[in-house]
Design a protein. Sequence first.
Length: 255
Amino acid sequence: MKQEAERRLAEWQEAGRGLGASSLADAVIFCSSGVGDLHRHDTEIICFVTGGNDDFLRTIINLDTARFFDDPAKRVASDAENLLLLANPVLPRSRGEIVLDSADPGAQPAIRMNYYDDPHDMKVMVAAIRRTMDIAAHWPGNRKVGPVMMPPFLAEKHGYQPGAAPSDALLEDFALHFSLTVYHPTCTCRIGDVVDSHLRVLGVAGLRVADASVMPNIISGNTNAPTIMIGEKAAEMIAADHGVKLAEFVGKERR
């Protein structure tokens, strides 16, 4: 494995190709689940070209491999061939909240995600899982993805037999047990409620917020690029307020 890792690293260094040149998320699909607004995509399916090993799945994906796999040591061994297909609802109707649990200013606030609080989100999740399974079943090329493998305890609970079509109840149970966050929280300081159109905190002088929390509503894709835009727009507004030309700090002024 060490030799293979060194070979792949050398391939990237010399030619800029191979696994080292990949983000690992080599394919992404945005589509409509069919149960929401048809003019908007509410589902994202990500293909990771590796499924990782037991340590990765436990610590990064937060997956209890002992419950998920019939034989974890075999299924996610470091030399096993696997990939990850992640089904993501991207326009959730459920809303979380951040509340103060104590009058102590040093105490951490309570963050309540409230996943699946709105039943609509579970309908989208089930549809997204089915779309993902359909993609796996029609995998292109000569090397096909293996059959659907349900966690043994859920298969037994729902009477699932390998090769059969899983019921909605099984997929809902699957989602409730194994859903995870992909870390794109937004909207806790939304424009109009907490900050104004110039990102100034209402009722607090000299304080602005410039991150994904100011979004009025969650967007239907990754938050990285829009958050960079928010930061750049905030810099422009602050510079304008103080008569500063950004070109003095960030490069040649554009005309």
